[in-house]
Design a protein around this ligand. Sequence first.
Ligand code: PLP
Length: 395
Amino acid sequence: MNNVKNTIYLDNNATTQIAPEVAEEMLPYLGMFYANPSSIYTIGQEARAALESAREKLAGLIGAHADEIVFTSCGSESDNTAIFSAVELNPGKRHIVSTRVEHHAVLNYLKYLQGKGYRVTYLDVDSLGSIDTGAFNHALTDDTAIATVMYANNETGVIFPIEELCVIAREKGILFHTDAVQAAGKIAIDVSKEAIDMLSISGHKLHAPKGIGALYVKRGVPFHPLLIGGHQEMGRRAGTENLASIIGLGKACELAGTEIENDTSSIQALRDKLEKNLLGKCPDARLNGNSNNRLPNTTNISFEHVDGEAILLMLDFHGICASSGSACATGSPEPSHVLSAIGVPPTFIHGSIRFSLSRYTTEADVDSVIEVMPGIIKRLRELSPVGRDKFCAAR
Ligand code: PLP
């Protein structure tokens, strides 16, 4: 395995490094503190106390009550559970409202429900990647079981007008869920001030381990579990709790809560430096998404007439990890559904790269990317017939 210390990791929307403080807090629970939190004897009750303390820390990050937090195995499970619960409890309602740019954890679950006869309205986004609150209002009907709209987009970082959307849904008596997997820990969220009924979180996006997530369910919101079995999580999610990872998620939320302001300004400054230089030094590049309303750590840039996967491979050669804005990287020739929905022009869409930073990103990391990227783009354009004709003859 390559030494990750030699890697410049700018793919933090894909997953994050476990914070050292988180790993330290988890270690005892991977060793001697192995008791089942449902056991009645002393060490079981100690495990229970640690679990409840983690629940309080997570609740604290988003302004929730501890009893409103259900631990799950990941963001995808949280998303599936929220939608499943709503449709299960409203058998007479056969319509769901969402957007075209959700993560596949939502989109593919909705597709599955469409196969079962549900109607789904997928709201369009504008050229800046956001949705129109009027269109959202218009889409909600008496037949709508739930509206699900992400807090912030994983590819562009664009933040959605959740405060307004949840009020509109509340006024119409429709359940509102938001996938906050990318937003939690990066921007302040306060569910106590918002009419959000359910909200999804994933541990590995905020410096906790993979395989742990949570679903916030507002007090009084009717809920039906996805996993049925034991009485864990107050009957809301069966299965013996993943205690070590829950402890890690609690610690990660505590850290995010205390560091969110510092992190935000320093991460944003580095992101802005990276973005400004890439757009300035690489001709025919464009920024995707609303530059004024984004997660502070994310930039998504398209380079005309270049293949995103080729860019990624050349970045990898320099030890730089980023992500292609196109699904090509996962073996599909289709461009990203998010960038397609925004209307990124065809000559740009395949050359889209997402850089996502974290509190561990250094200025030296960013400077390295700024140094190598113009050469990579120039080289790839020289190799591509279209790029060669367009860029190399003229310059
Ligand atoms: N929702 C969003 C917006 C995401 O970015 C992701 C992961 O990339 C998920 C959901 C799924 O989270 P998990 O990997 O924890 O299942």
